[in-house]
Design a protein. Structure first.
Length: 641
């Protein structure tokens, strides 16, 4: 009797296990659903250590693996020594092997000693039931080119030889194709040369030998597009015995037309610049996601499977700052409503979900957002995901809301009146970038000014002051050598704040204003060079500043909505309030039927639940309506017979 009881229990448990496993994609198709995991960048920048990474991976395994977070990814500069003078765009602090390939810094990754690379790390990650990923840069490092290391021929062993010549790094590096945001770090290789292709092959074969499951390839897409390198790397990955997911980053100025050239070669690709924890960054993603869903790019054919437009990592929880030399030290700047908006948009657009916060300090509110079962179901298994335009809104103001709205309006009014420093970033070959020149006030004060059109009324000349360095410290001495001839630029009334022009601009927020003046630091984001032709170029992005006052729009308000259908017939509707006041957002079921595959639903039979509040919502007069908080979202699940 006991034997049959045990057998029955085992059989029952086996059925449950099989049911659960049926939702988990196999390796037969790459990225059959949007990949999900954790990345070190938002919490550690480049400084993460082996101990910190493995601690974090263990927590991901215990707390997030069950929700599909299966990748743990070491972001950039894992090969850089964390010593005085090293920073994001420093030169000469990287660890490379005899073939010019980046290898982990043994100071931060002690298990890599003896030529082991990331092998032991990958083995430990795999033992946790997770998959291991790394960030890599374009082409070859400047350090390897300067050292003129030989190229490895993995097909024959030893140095690459062709036409009686032994090939070296200087033979394949394309210096004029340096990474725009890390000019001292990396450059493209000439893929038309056999030696250039041999070098790239040696990189990715080494990653496979280490046990890497995921590669995030940076500075080859968007403004930095290198279609030749992407194509060849994709060919190499197809031939490897080990399946490796292929991701591209970042995606500044990406359009659906550009993405169609690479989507079949990769598994995910960024369609925005870096996303950080500001409302402006979140709001800028709405037009971009609309364009890519309309172009049918979500879940298109990819490398050995599917590909997914990537909205970047989720900077929630405990974070650091971009370009920082220290680990996590602050809370996310987004409020709870804004965090829910971000997670809801990422899920409705079926973006890969890569959490960026420090999982060692994962608070309950953040955990509840990134593991919300309805959002994860939508992200993985919904279909027909598209922006839904048939919505209306009216203001919903209580007395305290009126005060808040009035303050917001006054702030925006004052900014319109007083802010003469409103700029835009464009390509330096554009004639609209020409117009900057030096202006001397006295022997101790010099400005860089833009000649404004006389047709712009009530505006003075746009001038930025050159920052005068304080007494030189060791750090300033080092960085002055790197940025000789380049300038910090100050707002005239904020002497401690420098113009910060990271290439995180999105297609929908190209303007940057006084919010982009940050505390002065030695960073390529804040370094500018005035060229003889009158262009002002940023050292990080390679883009030029121009006057953005004519087309500036500081109010990124509005209402948006997305719809999708579930695998069991559910209908998902998300309302988004981008305004600075609470809004009642509504839609009619007759309009909703326009975009649904099944247009003959019995709306009277529908049961509607709003996910974030957990409340049942009544469909009144064939209308779905709800008051949505400032920068907030409402997510409805409709089950109709």
């Amino acid at each position: 009797m006991e034997f049959f009881l045990v057998v029955s229990i085992c059989f029952f448990l086996g059925l449950i296990f099989h049911s659960v496993q049926s939702d988990i994609p196999t390796n037969e198709e790459h990225a059959s659903i949007p990949p999900r995991g954790w990345n070190t960048y938002d919490s550690f920048c480049w400084t993460v250590s082996e101990e910190e990474f493995l601690q974090s991976a263990e927590i991901v395994s215990h707390r997030l693996k069950a929700q599909g977070y299966q990748y743990v990814v070491v972001d950039y500069l894992w090969y850089r020594q964390k010593v005085p003078g090293a920073y994001v765009d420093s030169l000469g602090f990287d660890v490379i092997d005899e073939w010019g390939r980046m290898i982990p810094d043994p100071g931060r990754w002690p298990s890599s000693k003896g030529g082991k690379g990331f092998s032991e790390i990958a083995n430990k990650v795999h033992s946790m039931g997770l998959k291991f990923g790394i960030h890599v840069m374009r082409g070859i490092s400047t350090q390897a080119v300067n050292a003129n290391t030989p190229i490895l021929d993995t097909t024959k062993g030893g140095a690459y030889e062709e036409s009686g010549q032994v090939w070296h790094a200087k033979d394949i590096g394309v210096k004029e194709r340096a990474c725009a945001w890390m000019t001292h770090g990396f450059m493209s290789v000439n893929t038309k040369l056999g030696a250039g292709r041999a070098f790239l092959r040696s990189l990715y074969e080494q990653y496979a030998e280490w046990g890497v499951d995921f590669v995030k390839h940076d500075c080859v897409f968007g403004d930095d597009l290198d279609i030749n390198e992407i194509t060849y790397v994709s060919e190499v990955l197809k031939e490897l015995n080990r399946p490796i997911l292929y991701s591209l980053s970042p995606g500044t100025s990406v359009t659906p037309a550009m993405a169609k050239d690479v989507s079949g070669l990769v598994n995910m690709y960024r369609i925005t610049g870096d996303d950080w924890d500001s409302w402006r960054d979140v709001a800028a993603h709405f037009d971009v996601t609309r364009d890519f869903s309309t172009a049918n790019m979500i879940g298109a054919k990819g490398l050995l499977g599917k590909s997914w437009p990537d909205l970047d990592m989720l900077p929630l929880g405990w974070l650091t700052d971009p370009g920082s030399n220290e680990g996590p030290h602050r809370h996310c700047n987004l409020n709870l409503d804004e965090q829910r908006t971000q997670m809801t948009l990422w899920s409705m657009a079926k973006s890969p979900l890569m959490f960026g916060g420090d999982v060692r300090k994962l608070d309950q509110a953040t955990y509840d957002i990134i593991t919300n079962p309805t959002l994860l179901e939508i992200n993985s298994f919904s279909s027909n995901n598209i922006e839904f335009p048939f919505i209306t809104s009216i203001k919903s103001l209580k007395s305290e809301d009126q005060v808040l709205a009035l303050k917001s309006w006054r702030c925006q009014r004052d900014l319109r009146k007083s802010d003469t420093t409103l700029l835009d970033l464009i390509g330096c070959t554009d004639s609209k970038a020409i117009g900057w020149s030096f202006k001397t006030l006295d022997q101790d004060m010099e400005q860089i000014c833009w000649r404004r059109s006389s047709g712009i009324k009530h505006q003075t000349s746009l001038c930025l002051r050159k920052r005068v360095p304080r007494l030189a410290s060791d750090e300033e001495t080092i960085y002055n050598k790197e940025y000789q001839g380049k300038h910090h630029l100050l707002a005239t009334d904020r002497m401690d704040f420098c113009l910060d022009a990271s290439p995180r601009k999105k297609l929908t927020s190209k303007e940057f204003n006084r919010d982009s003046f940050s505390p002065c630091r030695w960073d390529a984001n804040q370094m500018w060079e005035l060229n003889p032709n009158g262009t002002l170029v940023n050292s990080y992005s390679g883009l030029c500043a121009t006057d953005g006052s004519v087309k500036a729009n500081i109010n990124s308000g509005g209402i948006r909505s997305w719809v999708a259908t579930g695998r069991k017939g559910e209908i998902y509707i998300a309302f988004f309030n981008l305004n600075a006041q609470k809004m009642v957002i509504s839609t009619k079921t007759s309009d909703l039927a326009r975009v649904l595959p099944d247009r003959n639903l019995n709306w009277n039979s529908c049961k509607c639940i709003e996910v974030w509040s957990g409340k049942d919502i009544e469909i009144t007069q064939e209308t779905i309506s709800l008051a949505v908080e400032i920068h907030g979202t409402a997510l409805f699940v409709l089950n109709c017979s």
